[in-house]
Design a protein around this ligand. Structure first.
Ligand SMILES: Cc1cc2nc3c(=O)[nH]c(=O)nc-3n(C[C@H](O)[C@H](O)[C@H](O)COP(=O)(O)OP(=O)(O)OC[C@H]3O[C@@H](n4cnc5c(N)ncnc54)[C@H](O)[C@@H]3O)c2cc1C
Ligand code: SF4
Length: 322
């Protein structure tokens, strides 16, 4: 699986990157390349021109202010996990960054690339000859979904580890495009569609992630086939603060089960109540009801549903206990 030929441009600032993308609609942004280049080798993500974001200083800044923490989209996952402020105040983010792939990937892979990585499916993340032998599929070159053949939607799963941790902590993103800069909650970056899961205009890029200054204590956990290095079959982040045994703030977000990372709805009803067996049971029920795993991985959908619910329960219980 050889890499196809492409031109490489290396803009020095965000505006030049956006202009290069606008002027060459067939081009793609590349950061660490640990997702995109693999897909290009598989023949599922071709581009005549790559716009390398790694030389843009603005994207590599991390800045703590009274308004919160700004993390440039080009910050490497390994470096992010090593920041003392992340370990002290945004633990789920550090745990999620450390849970991504292996050390080599984390040395290259970036925050922006992790938030924007492609959705995955066992029928899609295969070599060209494998997919051809299987008649391709809706997501690329084919006209049928092997997971849900009756439908016209791709159910490939979003499997980024960082997004749920950032969502649980109430992150926002700054997005830059030819039309200017805009800021929105991270949740609005995503759409429940395995073929087009990012709400970005073609020329837009994620420039910065913004975290609030006073987050609740948080944690991240995932289940995967291989403990050493693997995408999440299900990943859960929880942010929970408790006073006198009673929940004050609670947000739960999940990855690996849907075509986008999701924030669990219904947790507000648990605020002001003790984190007891009844509450934990309710959380498990909410997760099981809201996640929509499909047959897109080697593990069954039901296993991923139950694993997500069990992980959420375990993380909430351990945060409440600590
Ligand atoms: C063996 C293996 C195991 C892996 N395991 C995991 C895992 O467990 N968890 C996990 O989350 N990931 C995993 N990955 C995927 C990948 O390594 C990480 O998600 C990484 O963070 C991707 O970042 P990157 O900078 O390399 O992205 P790139 O490959 O450079 O880009 C990924 C996508 O994002 C787009 N993009 C990049 N930056 C921006 C930006 N600023 N704005 C808009 N679009 C942008 C690119 O155009 C591309 O479409 C694995 C990869 C491999 C090869
Ligand atoms: S969910 Fe269906 S359309 Fe999407 S990648 Fe898998 S087989 Fe293809």
């Amino acid at each position: 699986m050889t890499l196809s030929d492409f031109a490489l441009v290396r803009p020095a600032d965000v505006e030049s990157a956006v202009a290069a993308r606008r002027d060459h609609p067939q081009s793609r942004y590349v950061a660490g390349g640990t997702d995109l280049l693999v897909n290009m080798r598989h023949g599922i993500d071709g581009a005549a021109q790559l716009i390398d974001l790694s030389g843009i200083e603005e994207l590599t800044c991390v800045k703590a202010t009274l308004a919160g923490l700004r993390i440039g989209a080009g910050v490497k996952l390994g470096a992010l996990a090593r920041l003392p402020l992340i370990a002290e105040r945004y633990r789920a983010v550090g745990e999620a960054a450390t849970a991504v792939a292996g050390p080599g990937h984390r040395a290259l892979g970036t925050v922006g690339g992790n938030l924007c990585l492609d959705t995955r499916c066992v029928y899609y993340n295969q070599s060209e000859w494998w997919r051809q032998a299987n008649g391709y599929c809706l997501k690329h070159r084919g006209d049928i979904c092997h997971v849900a053949p009756q439908g016209q939607r791709c159910h490939a799963a979003f499997t980024g580890d960082l997004a749920p941790a950032l969502l649980a902590l109430g992150a926002e993103v700054e997005i830059v495009g030819a039309a200017g800069r805009r800021r929105c909650p991270l949740a609005e970056l995503y759409v429940e569609d395995g073929r087009a899961h990012l709400a970005l205009a073609p020329d837009e890029l994620v420039a910065t992630v913004l975290l609030p200054p006073d987050p609740a204590p948080s944690a991240y956990g995932k289940v995967r086939v291989r403990g050493a290095i693997d995408y999440p079959l299900a990943g859960v982040a929880v942010a929970l603060s408790v006073a006198d045994g009673v929940a004050q703030r609670l947000r739960i977000a999940l990855t690996g089960t849907n075509s986008r990372p999701i924030v669990l709805a219904g947790t507000d009803a648990l605020i002001g109540r003790p984190v007891d067996e009844k509450a934990l049971h309710e959380i498990e029920r909410l997760v099981q009801k809201q996640v929509q795993p499909m047959r897109t991985t080697v593990a069954s959908a039901q296993y991923r549903r139950l694993a997500a619910a069990g992980l959420a329960r375990r993380l909430v219980a351990s945060l409440a206990a600590s």
